[in-house]
Ligand binder design. Structure first.
Ligand SMILES: Cc1cc2nc3c(=O)[nH]c(=O)nc-3n(C[C@H](O)[C@H](O)[C@H](O)COP(=O)(O)OP(=O)(O)OC[C@H]3O[C@@H](n4cnc5c(N)ncnc54)[C@H](O)[C@@H]3O)c2cc1C
Length: 408
């Protein structure tokens, strides 16, 4: 016998779980299916932005998040060889944060995703199906029938929040546009001691790869390596990766050893799909995955899940016409995501750059410009129109492309 729901979400990570929590606030009967069981580790840089924190607070998770092991960060530091620049920093000088709020927190995905799914289990209108593979998805009389190991689940609406390499989106023939130079990633937790205050996310930009170090708790650092295909198998070997990581640790003032094995992920390309296709909705990375160099993937997941939740509530609770709601959703997706897409593109260009870009970066870092650009994405501005500052216009321009006009 099949069980009936208003909404079925595939994926219980940041996008899927936050979407289900928003729907639960309006009592929408929701099923959440994930092939993984929680808690689980996930390859990620584990830097959660201030905007993302604001979104989690709206889900009443602010205090619970603060109670988890985490580290606030006040800016970003880019290393190009032995030369470093502070970018978008709320730290007046190393070791003495001024009164400005942090730019985000470092928190392990093991902890964050577990917090989200624990919250889900407390919602009476949400049922979870974890550790279950999806055997088939069919449409039957205007409803979706999803076969999982536990049986068949029926729902009026289907949302894919199953990540950038969404298998279901491919199976359901949802069009996709992917960037043409994918990377592969490894992420690893190290435990040890800080010899100086951990206040920044540090990015070590090398030829063909990057090493990201994010403090994620009292005595832990997440090390994430993002590399081109020809380098990743080399960098996956501890004997090759560890000397590089130890060098990076010397720069950030940390000494430690890895806990467990690294998590692998890839291929990672900036992928983009429509937010709604033939009535199926997409949220988070399944809809669009931003270049990890932006550190904005989880923020994007939380923002798009909010847009999708609002659309579903308008249809299911406020009896609005789906075609009208979906048209509005496509527009809102574009105006919300464009600055983030622009930020990701500009950050990638600036940090990976070309010959001599280090000098340009150093010059830029001495101006308020990087902070101004990053501040456009800040919580105070969320929900308002894009301000008409030069940096906002720049992000909007950098994030624009013609796919939007095709309904992506
Ligand atoms: C190397 C790297 C570093 C990053 N660093 C950062 C960072 O520092 N800060 C930041 O904000 N973002 C970062 N990101 C991006 C961030 O990890 C993602 O944007 C974010 O996890 C997207 O969340 P999501 O819920 O959309 O998808 P995911 O987190 O990918 O979750 C998808 C979920 O769907 C489930 N699933 C998949 N297929 C199926 C299926 N067929 N059936 C059932 N369940 C399924 C999976 O088990 C998973 O739980 C990074 C990404 C990478 C690759």
């Amino acid at each position: 016998m099949s069980r009936n729901f208003d909404v079925l979400i595939v994926g219980a990570s940041v996008a899927g779980a936050s979407l289900a929590l928003r729907l639960a606030k309006r009592g929408v009967k929701t099923a959440v299916v994930d092939k993984s069981s929680f808690p689980r580790r996930k390859a990620c840089g584990e830097g959660l932005s201030d905007v993302a924190m604001e979104k989690l607070s709206e889900l009443d998770l602010g205090e619970k998040l603060s109670a988890c092991d985490h580290t606030p960060f006040y800016g970003y530091c880019a290393w190009l060889g032995n030369f470093s620049v502070d970018l978008a920093s709320n730290t007046s000088r190393k070791g003495s944060p001024d009164k400005k709020p942090p730019k985000g927190v470092g928190i392990q995905r093991y902890v964050l995703d577990e917090l989200l799914v624990r919250e889900l289990s407390e919602q009476s209108s949400v049922e979870t199906f974890f550790g279950q593979k999806i055997a088939a998805v069919k449409k039957d009389g205007g409803e979706y029938v999803v076969e999982v190991s536990d049986g068949a689940l029926r729902a009026r609406h289907l949302v894919l929040a199953d990540g950038a390499n969404s298998l279901l989106a491919s199976r359901l023939e949802i069009p996709r546009k992917a960037g043409n130079s994918p990377s592969w990633g490894i992420s690893w937790i190290f435990e040890g001691e800080f010899t100086q205050p951990a206040e920044q996310v540090s990015v070590f930009v090398k030829k063909g790869y990057e090493i990201y170090c994010t403090p994620v708790g009292n005595n832990r650092v997440n090390v994430c390596i993002l590399a081109r295909k020809h380098l990743i198998s080399e960098l996956s070997r501890p004997e090759n990766a560890l000397p590089e990581i130890i060098q990076a640790f010397e720069k950030i003032g940390f000494a430690g050893a890895p806990i467990g094995k690294p998590e692998h992920i890839g291929p990672i390309a900036s992928t983009r799909r429509p937010i709604v296709h033939d009535g199926i909705l997409l949220a988070g990375d399944a809809c669009e995955s931003l270049d990890p160099i932006s550190g904005m993937g989880m923020t994007h997941a939380l923002l798009t899940s909010e847009l999708v939740a609002n659309a579903l509530v308008a249809i299911l609770c406020d009896q609005k016409q789906p075609h009208v709601v979906f048209r509005e959703l496509i527009k809102r997706r574009e105006s919300t995501v464009r600055p983030y897409r622009g930020f990701a593109r500009l950050t990638g260009m600036l940090l990976r750059g070309t010959r001599n870009h280090g000098r340009l970066l150093a010059l830029l870092a001495r101006t308020p410009f990087p902070s101004k650009v990053r501040d456009v994405l800040c919580p105070e501005l969320l929900g308002t129109q894009m301000p008409s500052s030069a940096s906002a216009v720049l992000l909007a321009l950098a994030g624009f492309d013609f796919l939007y006009l095709k309904g992506f």
